[in-house]
Design a protein. Sequence first.
Length: 398
Amino acid sequence: MDLLVLDTIHGGTLLGDELALRGHRVETVDVYRGNGAPPDPDSFDYVIAPVHLDPGHPLLAGAGDRFVSHHEAVGRCLAGHRPRVLVEVTGARGKTTTAFAVAETMAGAGILHTSAGTFLYPERRMLWRRSITPAQVLPVARAAAALGGWCVAEESLGVTGAGDLAVLTSGDDYACAAGARSALACKLASTARAPRLLVADGIQTDHPALFRSGNLAPCDAGTCAGPGGAISNQLAALPAYRNAIQLAAAAAGLLGSDASRLATMGPVPGRLAARSDAGRTIVDDANSGTTRLTACEAAAYARILAPGMPLSLVVGEEHRAVCDGFPPGDVAAAVVDVDPGLAVIVGSPALRTAALEDLRERGWTGLHLEAGTLAAGRMAAVGAGGGGAIVLAVKTWR
């Protein structure tokens, strides 16, 4: 077949190479930098594009029934070439933590692929660090299959549907594809191809093999009832970890893995990991899923760890490449909600200006600083002194 694959930046090159190896005639296009004359999309049997691409793009607008998403194309490539067990994890929040938690329940050799890195288990050795576009599941799944092991893959904006189980961690929604699509709708549409779907409580959807985490692994504070008995982990007292541990315990019941391993799971770097640095408590929640809500959760956790002390909030967005951004209005709202002794606004000059303007309109007049990166924001908070906890709540690829 003649295939046009769009968006080389977000996995198109990898996917195009895979399809070419299967004997198809493939042309790939960088839809952002516009190198060379564009091809005629009507001359191709299918136009393969990521779901986040503007549906009005000239190379996509007329595709109609010839449109195939990157997720679906990867799923077709994986058919018959899967590892022993493949679990796909997606969602607006908590997908990295959930992927780590699911991997914690698995025995033997396997590959965990997340935005924090791709790891070989049981050694937990980092192999590489790449994006979580659906195309990246191809080399990850192939590596897991070569081991004769399992694969847990975090994916953005949906799943391929080729796995044994799809996990949807959050019902949060936002606009994507130049504002033309609902990100949640894209994720739900992709899960229709999965043989089984596990969702966090509160997500409304239909699926012929639908499971809800609360039904399979009910939780109370720091304890979840797994398939083999109670699982006690102090991290489960935190909402973000409770959701991940609950989903992983439920997934273990469906997959026949060992949920009891979750009792010894530690914090994931950048996901509410707390440490002491020069006598100050630092709660690190700077990751690709950071939002207004997670910033507030991190601040609440910091106040538990350092009660009665002033709090510094480093908040914003370091990399605009993250699909679901951290809008200036949400950054300002997080500052108002947390009301820190010091706010360090991180981001591009435009983001910082807009966030500070929003703060003025909301009547917040607290002490604030600005920084362009997470590292600079952390240094600014440390340098300002104050002796209290520092919360890192910057959206970034970690």
